[in-house]
Design a protein. Structure first.
Lengths: 302, 175, 375, 360
């Protein structure tokens, strides 16, 4: 414990003056005063500083996770027409409301949004504070900073090509792949347990239709929800497949459900949605897109 | 058959010794059991449902009618000098008023949960026992609308005096 | 060659120049017109008029030099405080000379500020208070000479204002009156309390101040500045009367309302003290006057205790006087910025219970020294 | 002079933050005092019921912006208690390190305001300069200076940046030297002592009864410190002693906080030494089970508590926040009566008020 030192009688004035004198001396002669003259001299900020956002258009899949996590709902998705990426949806930020809390950077499944060190965002009108996706775009930023979240090469299934030949299930040394029958479609599809997979690439090699591809997947700190699918109320309209940014949902025909039309010909069979949950990023778009509430989202209290 | 309990009064009489010295010999090994046993003896029907959540935290349900007696007993007999928090929670069918009471000597936190019906959420006030409860009760009245009988000046503290709603009620939709 | 002869020369040359005009008019115009201008010419050349104009010119020169020094004091006050607080202090306005023009910039800003007179304020008192305050303070500047032959003198022999120091202290003591007037006239309950408290503080510190000055008069044997400084030729009065010097400085802090005794900003309820209702250049005058008074205090301290312009001849006397005044002011500021504020009742307590006895002891020392004949 | 009510209102140079102290004055001495709060009420508890669990962390930061990290950490502990999430070892050590650094920053801001109130401009500027050293450390660690949003449910947001230990140790040794210098600056001058010793006496019985906690209570003779008596996180491994004084006046409160700053330096050194390698964060569930969660933390201003009620969804059903200053301010009349109006500045400054958490 730093005990208070004895106080000499002359301590009435002299001891504090000694300290201020020392500061005066080193500010005048020894060094420069402690302050920085802001507009002319700038402080250099550490890399982790949370300033203006930067969106990497190539990585972003438009899943709007960042828009949902934002505590002050200052982000919004904007539909854009990009020469090489086609019709895309990218986030914009309203810096009039932004807290610079960095939650959007954490929740992004493909680490497409970063925070640069630039903080001078003041402007004359409030409307100018709304930065659209174009102003936030900088595709080369990802290379410049060190990645903090670990990346793993994981097999990603493309259901349209899979003929459920079960070769990959047999091949996997870690028994991470199990063939699960898809109800109503009669085929089965491989369920990959990403925790057990040690990315040995064997299943990718053995698959005849090359339906399995190894892709970089970032580990996420937010628990991925398991949307539950109710086959009964699914009308096969495909709205969820179109809405899903990470193309997790495939519309598969269900053989034997064709209806005979009036003129005796066989109609097209009913379709149902098949979920490849390893690719799910938990954005909830399918849940909102489904008009017939065939998808149940755990724990959302309206 | 109650064993010798070191009361607050005795402790204050023993002048000279520093207030916080732990006379560990007289309090038996685990203070939580001793607290539960003495409370059970004092209020057999009032205090029910004891659970020891973790070491240092005991939870109990308390009947609405004898809050005042229980709190006075706690403070004077068992040495619970400090009322940490009074929180009011509105459930679908009932109001719950949760008292968190701390004892500095045996380093214990007691969580007393009292229930009141949805229509008249009124409890008698403990501000006569602990001065610190005065403002906390006013805040619960102000935000949740729970009347504390016997409170010196039960009026709004955080919101303007002429505000009519109780904002923390579930039916208050940010009007 | 002292200031009086220098100014007398200028005035004489000027009057002769102008008289050509009067006498020419006197000849040209008809009889009684001409006589009138001849009379004006004679009057201008008369001895009395010349000496009056000389004194007027002297005062003008001395006061302007003092005011330039006061501007320097404000600059020291800010730059020095900045460096003690570990930041730059005024920098951009005139940055080659270390931000010295910041004072002028503030002055101009205050000039253009709108002058608001509170509605129910007593107009006469409200307008008069700053005038008295700054008037009496500038009066002090005129009486303090910078050196043997550079000060306001009444005739060629360089005889200065007869009781210069006494006159300076008398002018110094007028301020409480203007503060009371300002506090009362601005018709605001809090400024009234503030005014009364400030006046009480000033008056209660006047007595120890005058006691220490009395001990200096005793040793020097005269009230004039030149004699006092002359008496300090071999030993400065500050050395035997060291207690006097300390008491003088502390009383000065209270007079000028600087941090340890800073009443106006101190109070929880008198937010700004008696200057609350003043705006624009009136407040500027109050602010400028506090620095004038601290310069006057510093100059008095050097003249009375630190042997005025005595110093090794390599530096001219006037510069010695200014160097000592600047050093006194810098130490003054250093003490100010290292101490917290004293509470109201403690201020008066220190004044009566601590400083008065010390002043009396100091007086006794002076009497002892005088009676032993050393001075 | 007849007794009159003086309104040291919300916009007063003496009050730090938006609250109003109505003081009944008889001449110079105070006869009665009535604090009024509620000017900064943002309805945080109602806001929490509309946000998901991770979204509330930046909101919890803004409870008391002077020591925002302790409040978001307290919220995360309460939710971890509700969801019974096991926090990895390294995260606990990082949390203790950042809490103690936040305590120093909070105490330094208090010391700056206190010195500024008493008229010591130099004290204000020096403490703010020392505070900058720690704010730079926080900036490199979390990315922000005041509201960090650093703790997460199940750990912390980022790992320590490269050579963070070296910078912290250098900052601590630099700061300990400066702490010695403050002894000269503050206690060296007799005027500071004249304004502090014997002013704003709070007896032990009043402090206990009024529910005052934290440095104000420890200055009145009750040496109760949650970190020592009911250790949470990894405070068992840290050995430090609790700073407490007997007198209970303004000087005692000042002395307790200065010693606490010294102790925090020791704790930070130990935390850095004993910090294990490994994971710093665990994936927290999105939905919380039905039940209640409770957490108690030794805030720089007193005993902070959060009581969370979960109802199985991803949004909390009820969040109750116990703010230490809300209760300490209710004891203000007990401390103020009998002193001069000029003492109100010193007494209220000594309580280290933070209005953000009082009004919630």
């Amino acid at each position: 414990m730093a005990e208070a030192k004895r106080r000499s009688s002359l301590g009435f004035v002299v001891r504090p003056m000694k300290l201020t004198g020392k500061t005066l001396a080193n500010a005048l002669f020894a060094g420069k005063p402690n302050t920085v003259m802001y507009p002319y001299q700038k402080l250099d900020l550490p890399i982790g500083y949370r300033g203006k956002h930067i969106v990497d258009f190539k990585r972003c899949i438009g899943c709007s996770n960042c828009v949902q996590i934002c505590p002050n709902d200052c982000m919004w998705m904007e539909k854009l027409e990009d020469p090489e990426l086609g019709k895309i949806e990218r986030p914009g930020v309203d810096y009039g409301r932004c807290l610079f809390c960095g939650l959007c950077v954490e929740v992004c499944p493909t680490v497409a949004i970063h925070e640069s060190v630039e903080f001078e965002l003041a402007d004359h009108e409030r409307s100018k504070l709304k930065y659209g996706p174009k102003e936030l775009r900088d595709d080369t930023f990802a290379g410049k900073i060190t990645e903090e979240r670990q990346k793993r090469m994981l097999p990603v299934l493309d259901m349209s090509k899979c003929t459920s030949c079960e070769k990959c299930a047999g091949e996997c040394p870690e028994m991470a792949i199990a063939m699960m029958p898809v109800e109503g479609v009669g085929k089965s599809k491989p369920e990959i347990n990403l925790a057990k997979c040690n990315s040995c690439k064997k299943c990718e090699a053995v698959c005849p239709e090359s339906a399995l591809k190894m892709e970089e997947v970032y580990e996420s700190y937010f628990e991925m929800p398991e949307p539950k699918f109710l086959l009964m109320s699914c009308t096969g309209c495909g709205a969820c497949a179109r809405a899903c940014p990470a193309d997790v949902i495939y519309m598969m025909e269900m053989p034997g459900t064709e209806k005979t039309l009036k003129d005796g010909k066989k109609g097209k069979p009913k379709k149902r949605a098949v979920f490849v949950l390893e690719k799910c990023v938990g954005c909830g778009k399918c849940f909102r897109a489904c008009k017939f509430s065939a998808i149940e989202w755990p724990g959302v209290r309206k | 058959m109650r064993d010798k309990v070191v009361t607050m009064a005795e402790r204050r009489k023993s002048d000279g010794n520093e207030f916080m010295e732990r006379a560990s010999s007289r309090i038996d090994s685990v203070p939580e059991e001793k607290l539960i046993r003495s409370l059970m003896n004092a209020f057999p029907e009032g205090v029910t449902g004891f659970t020891k959540v973790r070491d240092g935290l005991v939870r109990a349900k308390l009947d609405r009618r004898d809050i005042l007696k229980a709190c006075r007993f706690l403070r004077d007999e068992l040495g619970f000098e400090h009322l940490s928090m009074i929180s009011a929670v509105e459930y679908d069918d009932r109001f719950e008023i949760v008292y968190h009471i701390t004892s500095y000597q045996n380093k214990l936190l007691l969580e007393l949960i009292t229930r009141t019906s949805k229509e008249d959420p009124s409890v008698d006030s403990v501000s006569s026992i602990w001065g610190g409860a005065n403002w906390q009760e006013r805040e619960s009245y102000d935000l949740m609308g729970i009347r504390f009988i016997g409170h010196p000046n039960l009026e709004r503290i955080l919101l303007p005096k002429d505000y009519t709603y109780h904002p923390l009620r579930k039916d208050f939709k940010g009007g | 060659m002292n200031l009086y002869e220098f100014c007398y020369g200028i005035i004489e040359w000027l009057v002769n120049l102008v008289n050509h005009l009067w006498y020419w008019l006197g000849d040209v115009l008809p009889w009684w017109f001409g006589d009138f201008f001849d009379a004006v010419g004679n009057f201008a050349a008369s001895d009395g008029h010349l000496s009056v104009m000389t004194i007027f010119l002297e005062v003008l020169i001395v006061v302007i030099i003092a005011l330039v020094n006061v501007l320097n004091f404000i600059w020291i006050f800010r730059k020095f405080m900045g460096r003690m607080f570990d930041f730059y202090g005024p920098y951009y306005v005139g940055y080659r000379i270390g931000g010295w023009l910041q004072n002028l910039a503030d002055g101009m800003k205050l000039f253009v500020k709108e002058i608001i007179v509170p509605a129910k304020a007593d107009k006469m008192g409200y307008l008069l208070a700053p005038v008295i305050y700054i008037g009496s303070s500038i009066l002090i500047l005129a009486t303090i000479p910078f050196s043997e032959n550079f000060g306001v003198a009444t005739n060629e022999s360089g005889a200065y204002v007869p009781a210069g120091a006494l006159f300076a202290l008398a002018a110094f003591a007028i301020a409480p009156f203007s503060i009371l007037l300002a506090g009362w006239a601005s018709n605001n309950k809090y400024t009234l309390i503030g005014g009364m408290r400030s006046a009480a503080q000033m008056m209660s510190y006047e007595i120890p101040l005058l006691m220490t000055v009395a001990s200096v008069f005793l040793l020097a044997g005269s009230f004039g500045f030149v004699d006092i400084v002359g008496a300090q030729h071999d030993i400065w009065f500050g050395i035997p009367l060291f207690i006097g010097l300390l008491v003088f400085l502390v009383c000065l802090a209270a007079e000028v309302e600087i941090i340890p005794f800073d009443l106006p900003e101190a109070e929880a309820e008198l937010v700004e003290g008696w200057t609350t209702e003043y705006g624009g250049m009136r407040f500027g005058m109050f602010y400028f006057t506090t620095t004038i008074r601290s310069y006057a205090g510093g100059a008095l301290a050097t003249a009375l205790f630190l042997g005025g312009w005595h110093g090794p001849a390599v530096i001219p006397d006037e510069i010695w006087f200014l160097i000592k005044a600047y050093i006194v002011y810098t130490i003054f500021q250093w003490m100010t910025w290292s101490l917290p504020r004293v509470r109201v009742d403690q201020i008066l307590g220190i004044g009566w219970k601590r400083l008065l006895p010390l002043a009396v002891i100091n007086l006794m020392i002076a009497v002892a020294l005088k009676s032993m004949g050393w001075f | 002079m007849a007794e009159m009510w003086i309104n040291m209102g919300p916009q007063h140079p003496m009050t730090h933050g938006l609250w109003n102290l109505r003081v009944k004055v008889d001449g110079e001495t105070i006869v009665d005092a009535q604090p009024e709060v509620g000017y900064l009420h943002r309805g945080i508890e109602k806001l929490c019921e509309g946000k998901t669990y991770p979204q509330i962390i930046p909101l919890a930061d803004r409870l008391c912006y002077g020591s925002s990290l302790t409040w978001s950490h307290l919220y995360c502990m309460a939710v971890e208690d509700l969801m019974n999430v096991e926090v990895p070892e390294r995260a606990e050590y990082i949390r203790v390190l950042t809490i103690e650094m936040q305590r120093i920053v909070s105490h330094l801001m208090w010391l700056a305001a206190y010195a500024g109130d008493l008229g010591l401009g130099v004290g204000f500027v020096y403490t703010m300069r020392e505070r900058e050293v720690f704010l730079d450390l926080f900036q490199s660690l979390t990315g922000a200076r005041i509201t960090y949003n650093y703790p997460r449910i199940g750990g912390v947001a980022h790992d320590l940046p490269p050579n963070f230990e070296r910078d912290t140790l250098r900052a601590i040794s630099f700061f300990e030297g400066r702490l010695k210098e403050y002894e000269d600056l503050f206690e060296g001058s007799k005027i500071f002592m004249m304004r502090n010793v014997g002013v704003g006496l709070l007896k032990k019985e009043d402090a206990l009864n009024q529910g005052v906690t934290g440095p104000t209570l420890r200055a009145s003779g009750v040496s109760y410190d949650l970190r020592k008596d009911r250790p949470y996180s990894v405070y068992e491994e840290m050995d430090f002693n609790v700073a407490s004084r007997k007198e209970g006046d303004c000087y005692a409160r000042y002395r307790v906080r200065m010693d606490e700053m010294y102790e925090s330096c020791q704790i930070m050194k130990q935390a850095l030494k004993k910090m294990p390698k490994g994971k710093w964060r665990v994936v927290a569930p999105r939905n919380a089970p039905v039940g209640t969660g409770l957490a108690r933390v030794e805030d720089p201003r007193g005993e902070g508590m959060i009581y969370v009620v979960g109802d199985g969804s991803d949004k909390p059903y009820r969040v109750k926040i116990r703010s230490p200053i809300f209760v300490t301010v209710s004891a203000a009349p007990k401390i103020l009566i009998g002193y001069k109006v000029a003492d109100v500045v010193a007494i209220m400054g000594g309580l280290d008020m933070c209005i953000g958490e009082t009004d919630r």
